[in-house]
Design a binder for this molecule. Structure first.
Ligand code: PEP
Length: 254
């Protein structure tokens, strides 16, 4: 059985004070994680604070991005080695905001993915289609290309050692989640695409992301191919994030 993962992408929100308060509320509110992995992805500058504060507990700390290069003249980038230096175990690659606002191509995302893995950072590969792509029937083509680019650059076997987050762009930050059926359909498609690349498709954790809230989480987590969530807005409110973690726990035992 795949162990669920609930990851909170804080994006560029917070301050040193609010990070401390949110982590305190999260730590105090978690009554063990009961077979569910929990992770926060703070803005990079707060990673050392978060690792220190969460030390010894079950909540892991990841990064929102990772450089495609090892070291050198790459202003503004953070290398995978630097992340591991500070206790980061995971990094997002290819979040839709990186793709759309900062022009990151499938090839660059794949290079970031490969660099993370070279240094023991598990990539969380974000894939997903825009509304226009969905309406024009291109959803599967777009998502397949995002996955195939990683197989081309990092090697097919690299996909086995990653997490994939299906995040339809039209559902991110809009309050409109994909329906459980839409999400399940795409998760099944992604699993089949991984199998096409020779990856043991049953082993890879697939997260759904896009306006997940405590109220919508249970139905999503009841789907056979959804192994947790990448949570944006709701991860900034301890009660909501704890509620989503609770739904993942319940889904495991039901
Ligand atoms: C995200 O940014 O990855 C995300 C899923 O955001 P939200 O939950 O706010 O839609």
């Amino acid at each position: 059985m795949r162990r669920p993962l609930i990851a909170g992408n804080w994006k560029m929100h917070g301050s040193r004070g609010t990070v401390r308060a949110l982590l305190t509320a999260l730590r105090d509110g978690l009554d063990g994680t009961d077979g569910v992995d929990v992770m926060v992805l703070p803005p990079a500058i707060y990673i050392p604070d978060a690792v220190r504060q969460l030390d010894g507990g079950p909540v892991r700390v990841g990064a929102q991005n990772v450089a495609d290069q090892e070291q050198g003249a790459f202003t503004g980038e953070i290398a995978a080695d630097m992340l591991t230096d500070f206790g980061c175990t995971h990094a997002l690659v290819g979040h839709s905001e990186r793709r759309s606002l900062y022009g990151e191509s499938d090839a660059l995302v794949a290079a970031r993915f490969a660099a993370a893995q070279r240094h023991g950072v598990t990539p969380i590969l974000c894939v997903g289609e825009t509304l226009q792509e969905r309406e024009s029937g291109a959803t599967e083509t777009v998502v397949a290309a995002q996955i195939d680019a990683v197989a081309d650059v990092a090697g097919r076997e690299a996909l086995a050692d990653a997490v994939v987050a299906y995040e339809p762009v039209w559902a991110i930050g809009t309050g409109v989640s994909a329906s459980p059926e839409q999400a399940q359909g795409m998760h099944a498609f992604i699993r089949a695409r991984l199998a096409h690349h020779g990856v043991s498709a049953t082993a890879v954790r697939l997260l759904y992301g896009g306006s997940v809230k405590p109220d919508s989480a249970a139905e999503l987590f009841a789907q056979p191919d959804i192994d947790g969530a990448l949570v944006g807005g709701a991860s900034l409110k301890a009660d909501d994030f704890l509620g989503i973690i609770a739904r993942a726990r319940e889904a495991r035992v039901s």
